[in-house]
Design a protein around this ligand. Sequence first.
Ligand SMILES: *Cc1c(COP(=O)(O)O)cnc(C)c1O
Length: 363
Amino acid sequence: MTRPFNFSAGPAVLPEEVLERAAAEMLDWHGSGMGVMEMSHRGKEFVSIYEAAESDLRELLAVPKNFRILFMQGGGIAENAIVPLNLSRGESADFVVTGAWSERSQKEARKYCQANVAASNAETSYTTLPAAGSWKLSQNPRYVHVCSNETVHGVEMHELPDLKALGCDAPLVADISSHMLSRPVDWSRVGLAFGGAQKNVGPAGVTLVFVRQDLLGHALPHCPTAFDYQIVADNDSMYNTPPTYGIYMAGLTFQWLKAQGGVAAIEQRNIAKAQLLYDFIDQSSLYVNRVAPNCRSRMNIPFFLRDESLNDAFLTAARARGLLQLKGYKTLGGMRASLYNAMPLAGVQALVAHMRDFEQHQA
Ligand SMILES: *Cc1c(COP(=O)(O)O)cnc(C)c1O
């Protein structure tokens, strides 16, 4: 059976090997007589799944010892509240607004602290990134928030900002939801990073939080106990029942990624995949991507047909060729191809072949 290629922005394609393994283990995990969904989170079977997932993730991203990895729930959107509840101390935080997701983070944080906009490129319709040197950071923000890959607008920071070099001692908070594990992370620049699993890691329902130890223990008094990073860390993410099946699936993805050669190897493949699609779009007279080349996302590639009346025909013909979920984000329109780790090069080649054929057919 050959499966179609799925370009969804999330929940998104998973490696076929991971799905097959999960299917094979569905009724009986490793001779335990139980499926993973049926196990106590405190039993030795699930604890071993959890510990392997945590240690594989730590190895894949070279997460330093002074960072805790938390498996939480609520997705990136809940973290927009959980981060200020834990880090702001009710004071202030700075936001670099580079697209739909950081815009949303700033708005949510206003419920809990003073949320300053240090920079915004809204006036370029988020097709560029504001240069770090131009950010107007405030005096003593408790943290500085960025979204290092804007899933909707297709804008990626190819390097995380170095706040110290900008004269700012505050920790960097990065929403890495849609490019987690697609490339290495420079942890020396990060205080906290978070992301939902459903983009590049596993099924919806697990949120990964990487938090530097010294940032724990400062939650506001009204922070829900289950969302207090210190409490979650002290209980190894089991203060409440964790999303056990999602953690298991994420663990299988981590094993798959290790077998692929790890994050550095997958990054090279991601660069090649994105390059193939951008190069095709840039030479085409039908398709356009308006994001400045130095900040184009490798994971989420929005593109538009110059004649928008062809959108439905494009999508229908794509579906007929086994190319699924290419429709763009609701507010932006057009198309979007998400090329996460689990999207093989063959999928991008098939997409480019479709785009070429469709363009020739119109000419
Ligand atoms: C998808 C996404 C979110 C929201 O994730 P939920 O799981 O729906 O809460 C937040 N930030 C970014 C960058 C995303 O791509």
